[in-house]
Write a protein that binds this ligand. Structure first.
Ligand code: GUN
Ligand code: FE
Length: 454
């Protein structure tokens, strides 16, 4: 065996290579190189399988899953508000505009204290990792130093992350105690933040990436939005914002600009291949074309939709148009840190849209038939779909991709998962994993070929 691998993982599991392409593998050998990439996958039927397995054993590089354990790609959370972590499970009873002013901005303002930020962010990142989120896309706050601290913590704890210093400057919409001083300042701070993230100690391989983050149109002036659009072009980095989330927000933008969120963001240069649009619930046909023309992505946040969106994202329609879509927790507008939960909520939301929910309406007028998605589609969205949105080689257990992965132990203490080997097909087992995995079932989390402590 002339080739040296740093690590060879042997096990059963699942990966998706497309919305309708799920692959089950048994006792496959994942050969991982020193940079954390899957260099080779060897299946039992391959001719050199036995030789590779012997080599793995003898070289001490073998990591073997036990019976009842399953290997999955690491889950990707495309939309997390890191500073809102202390509000998880709180303050879910007001509409979006009031929730921002009364419950959210006062909390986010506290991150001017970097010590406070460090404490909260450490707890958040540890919790997300333990729930199987190997990559998270974060909104931080307006504070450059605390946002940078979030990047440092992700590097320390091993999570892959995209981090944005939030930009928001409109004096009418943002409180004096919590906003960028001016558009110019917001743009300059964002520029400095991007460079700071790139230069963080330990970030030589860019495991933490900067994101240009105008909060959403209602909290930004046109000057800030166009400046950030120019910066996106100059820097070529990711962009994230909220798009057409709720009736209030959608109509606010229509009133201000006479066009939809999507069209306005596009005009400001903020919709690129590397843009992640949170929600996009109220996008129309033309908006979908704009997003698709540049292959920008959408972070579907189904749980948060139930609380703040007044509607549900038309997921099936978007999938039929081959849009790039992944899932987001939208903490703390969503009250769960788990992307397994986001899968379940995406399925539930799609079923609610499919059938409709008002029993007073006759069945044929109640819902939007054809909207329901399957557990397999949800699995793709949580993994490969997110990787595609981010244009990163993650979310699939595939040669040339980074080994970001989790191991589910169906036999862990207190497991809700009962596998009946004689009765359950491989599809049944994946379905059980998607519906019933709890944090306590997640026994290993790997990022870039390194096993993290969870
Ligand atoms: N729109 C602008 N800011 C926010 C936020 O923090 N959460 C959600 N859900 N929507 C937003
Ligand atoms: Fe959000």
């Amino acid at each position: 065996m002339e080739k040296h691998y740093n690590l060879i993982v042997k096990g059963n599991g699942y990966t998706a290579s497309g919305i309708d392409s799920i692959h089950y593998f048994e006792s496959a050998l994942f050969c991982i190189n020193e940079d954390g990439y899957i260099e080779k996958i060897c299946f039992r039927e391959d001719t050199n399988y036995s030789a590779l397995l012997i080599y793995a054993r003898e070289s001490g590089t073998l990591h073997e899953l036990t019976p009842g354990q399953f290997l999955l790609p690491g889950f990707i959370d495309l939309h997390v508000h890191a500073p809102q972590w202390p509000n998880l499970g709180k303050a879910l009873d007001r509409p979006l505009d009031q929730w921002l002013q009364k419950d959210t901005f006062p909390l986010e303002a506290r991150y001017s204290d970097t010590g406070f930020a460090r404490k909260i962010y450490q707890h958040l990142v540890k919790t997300l990792l333990a729930n199987g989120t190997t990559t998270a896309v974060y909104f931080a706050t307006v504070h450059r130093e605390a946002s940078l601290e979030l990047g440092r913590i992700c590097l320390e704890l091993g999570q892959r992350a995209l981090v944005g210093k939030v930009a928001m400057d409109d004096k009418q919409a943002c409180p004096d105690y919590y906003r960028d001083e001016s558009a110019e300042r917001g743009i300059e701070e964002t520029r400095l933040f991007i460079n700071d993230i790139k230069n963080l100690c330990g970030n030589e391989n860019s495991r933490v990436l900067p994101v240009i983050t105008p909060r959403f149109i209602p909290s930004c002036t046109s000057e800030l939005l166009s400046g950030l659009g120019e910066l996106a072009k100059e820097m070529g980095c990711h962009v994230q914002t909220h798009c057409s989330e709720s009736d209030w927000e959608h109509n606010f933008v229509l009133d201000r600009y006479g066009v939809t969120d999507t069209q306005a963001l596009y005009n400001f240069g903020l919709i690129t291949r590397k843009t992640i649009l949170a929600h996009s619930n109220l996008i129309n046909d033309n908006d979908m074309n704009i997003i698709n023309n540049v292959s920008a992505g959408i972070a579907h946040c189904p749980l948060s939709n139930f609380y703040f969106a007044n509607c549900v994202f038309p997921l099936r329609t978007a999938l039929e148009r081959d849009m790039h879509i992944g899932l987001g927790s939208d903490i703390s507008a969503g009250h769960s840190p788990s992307i397994f939960d986001a899968c379940r909520h995406a399925i539930t939301a799609s079923k609610a849209l499919n059938d409709g929910v008002d029993p007073q309406r006759s069945p044929e007028k109640r819902g939007c038939p054809g909207s329901a998605i399957t557990f397999k589609e949800a699995f793709w969205l949580a993994t490969g779909g997110g990787g595609e949105v981010l244009e990163l080689p993650i979310g699939q257990l595939r040669e040339g991709f980074l080994f970001d992965a989790l191991v589910i132990d169906t036999n862990s203490t207190g497991s809700d998962i009962l596998i009946r080997e004689q009765e359950d097909t491989s599809d049944d087992i994946l379905q059980k994993l998607i519906y019933n995995t709890q944090r306590s079932n997640i026994c290993e989390v790997w990022v870039e070929g390194k096993k993290l402590s969870i």
